[in-house]
Ligand binder design. Structure first.
Ligand SMILES: Nc1ncnc2c1ncn2[C@@H]1O[C@H](COP(=O)(O)OP(=O)(O)OP(=O)(O)O)[C@@H](O)[C@H]1O
Ligand SMILES: [Mg+2]
Length: 335
């Protein structure tokens, strides 16, 4: 979905595009931090934004949250052009910055009271709203404590609460779990998934397993450009030239099973990996595009041949990331 605007999808109204960037560029002096970024995020998506230091993640998130405008290009949030009425459009977005600046000498309640006012929540709805977000972010018990005295994990929760103050449709979270202990990380991830049920979430992170755990879709950025966009499965499929399948079946030494597999379209090579206790494990090399799992399962069921295990290897997100980002910039070699 990244790339030229012509490629951007037209969607039915029940699945609207909540965030849309079209050819967005951001320059700081002569340095271009974002270079012609085009993308769409749909209602209900939880999207992980990955990229090495300096890729442009925070810059993109700041533009989305209205922190600063792009140098060129267009941004729409919930169908509204950000350049037209930025203040109005900003209300649709809740932003958790990389470093949250909280007012340490305010209590949690005082701070959230301030945050809901800033977001323009009508006076009559404010206390109900604050109560909701205190519960949602698990900080009801600490509501009277001074923010400066809270632990880092709780401060981060107050940051989340502040991002939710205006009941936004879009949540932009810049590295929300960095620096937290494993238990807090787990809780924050659960909170993100919970929030993602009713909102669109864009989350940047350096923790790759976090993306697989929390996100439906991944955007990989490098040097201000979007290099890849899709689910982990889609990205892996686009990068592999061939798949490897490990299959454990009954005794196949009579050659019947091998002959059957040789006839399957997409299987390029068959190797006998091991034969033990009446079971044979085969390694198959399969062409990249073939949907081999269902084909093999159906075949074994139809022929009534035991199939003990079927494992299709695929690239991990880490391997995808390294292939896309590192191979694009191979380290300099001293000659
Ligand atoms: N206000 C600014 N003035 C000048 N350069 C900036 C400014 N903000 C960002 N940059 C530059 O833009 C590039 C992208 O920065 P950005 O903070 O968006 O990266 P990032 O992907 O969030 O990195 P990280 O993973 O380290 O948080 C960097 O080279 C950075 O130095
Ligand atoms: Mg950043």
């Amino acid at each position: 979905m990244s790339g030229s605007p012509e490629k951007l999808k037209t969607l039915p109204p029940e699945n609207p595009v909540l965030v849309r960037l079209e050819n967005v560029t951001k320059s700081f002096g002569s340095f271009q931090a974002l270079d012609q970024v085009s993308l769409e995020i749909l209602k209900g998506d939880i999207v992980g934004l990955l990229g090495p230091n300096g890729a442009g993640k925070t810059t993109a998130m700041r533009i989305l949250s209205g922190y600063f405008p792009p140098t060129s290009g267009k941004v729409w949030i919930a169908g509204q052009d950000m350049s037209g009425q930025p203040e109005k459009v900003k209300k649709h977005v809740g932003y958790l910055p990389e470093t949250v600046h909280l007012y340490g000498d305010m209590s949690v309640m005082e701070f959230l009271d301030f945050a809901v006012k800033v977001k323009g929540v009508p006076a009559a709805e404010r206390s109900k709203r604050i109560e909701e977000i205190l519960f949602q972010c698990g900080i009801w018990e600490v509501r009277r404590r001074l923010i400066g005295q809270l632990s880092k994990g709780y401060k981060q929760r107050v940051g989340f609460a502040q991002a939710l103050a205006g009941d936004p449709e879009v949540l932009v979270l810049d590295e929300p779990t960095t620096g937290l202990d494993p238990e807090q990380i787990h809780k924050i991830r659960m909170l993100i998934r919970e929030l993602g049920r009713t909102r669109t979430v864009l989350i940047s992170t350096h923790i790759l397993p976090e993306v697989s755990m929390v996100c439906d879709r991944v955007l990989i950025m490098n040097e201000g450009r979007v290099l890849a966009d899709g689910s982990v499965e889609e990205l892996a499929a686009g990068l592999v030239e061939r798949q490897e399948v490990l299959l454990t079946t009954g005794d196949s030494t009579d050659g019947e099973i091998l002959k059957m597999l040789e006839r399957v379209t997409g299987i390029d090579q068959i190797h006998i990996q091991s034969t033990k206790a009446g079971k044979t494990t085969l390694k198959l090399v399969v062409s990249a595009g073939a949907e081999i799992g269902p084909v093999l399962t159906r075949l074994f069921v139809e022929k009534n041949i035991p199939l003990y295990e079927l494992r299709i290897s695929r690239l991990s997100l880490e391997e995808i990331f390294l292939r896309l980002v590192v191979q694009e910039n191979p380290p300099a070699v001293a000659l």
